[in-house]
Design a protein around this ligand. Sequence first.
Ligand SMILES: *Cc1c(COP(=O)(O)O)cnc(C)c1O
Length: 414
Amino acid sequence: MKDTLQKIPYIYADNAATTRVSPTAVAAMLPYFDTLYGNPSSLHTCGQEAAVALLQARETVASLLHADPKEITFTSGGSEADNQALLTGALLGARKGKKHIISTKFEHHAVLHTLDKLKKEGFSVTLLDVHENGIVRPEDVAAALQEDTCLVSIMFANNEIGTLQPIREIGALCRERGVLFHTDAVQAVGHVPVDVVEMNIDMLSLSAHKFHGPKGVGALYARRGIRPSILIEGGAQERGRRAGTENIPGIMGMAVAMQEAVDHMEENAARITAQRDRIIEGLSKIPYACLNGDREHRVPGTINFCFEGVEGESLLLLLDMRGIAASSGSACTSGSLDPSHVLLALGLPHEVAHGSLRLSLGDDITAQQADHIVQSVTEVIAYLRNMSPVWDELEKGEIAHWLTKEGGRNHAVQ
Ligand SMILES: *Cc1c(COP(=O)(O)O)cnc(C)c1O
């Protein structure tokens, strides 16, 4: 049994959920567990060595975003940074009597659930449409801005479908109107160029484990003049903005992984994009299948397809048995039977959104693996459709296809 399992080449295509920690990052973390384990708040040498490391990590993270070290607050990850950014924008706005927030329908739940909480506290929230291509239009943002808008929060790259948003344009618009602009850049940092100054970003969230750093560590960038509201009370760490003894090993691992990701960004993006396109081309040959999200404006590694007449969960399990680790959406969505809010935001009906597959490629992906993915998905889809009563009804014309055979939307049905 063990033998057969080892012979299957395991392909990890779930990098949007989390990534392998790079060996360089692991090596950079190790000393901070055993020899340099001091608390940076301690005045003795052991503590001060950790304080120096913290300072250097902050400089690295800041410089890779084109920010100042004082603008970086280390957090426990992307979720915490999102929570803190939204709370900051809301509280700063409320002080001026501004209680309207603009975001989108396809944000990560760390943003959407925080907005729900703020709504209960008396804020009003406009969630913008992301259209069929999964891209927010700057003109929609402009039209939604009100006199009392205090914050706009729009993700840089979507975690389920990979589409990139017009961040620079939206940032410019917000800057012009004096409204704070936050972006959840967890899927972008380390994968595509991010420059907070040039892109008019006031606040930004990032997370180490999405770019080959460790889990449980991230950062919030808040432009000079914006004092982040305190989420975790209790100490003077992070200049009083985030209490708790710093996760020094994690922070060191994050800084090294981020440097590595940015240093190799171009070559990695080129390699991943080539295999991504190979897979998209291959999967597009499956009848009644569609690529979700704009074909061009996307991060290098993320692919999301819907297949009519197929259950996403069965597809995942059968792919796993063939040595391919994929996802049917966000890690939080899979496991529940609700279809992904992201796919519904694209206007897909529940039954089509259920048959979704997300493949998020790593920088070690080869052409051979890409071909293996295409072949396996094609075979598994045929197998599942063969057993599916829904597919049978679609084939007999008892229910109408929502997609065309070539993968377009069948507008007659809509
Ligand atoms: C993963 C992810 C988060 C959450 O980050 P954690 O570090 O896991 O808390 C937030 N937003 C997006 C877009 C993500 O992909």
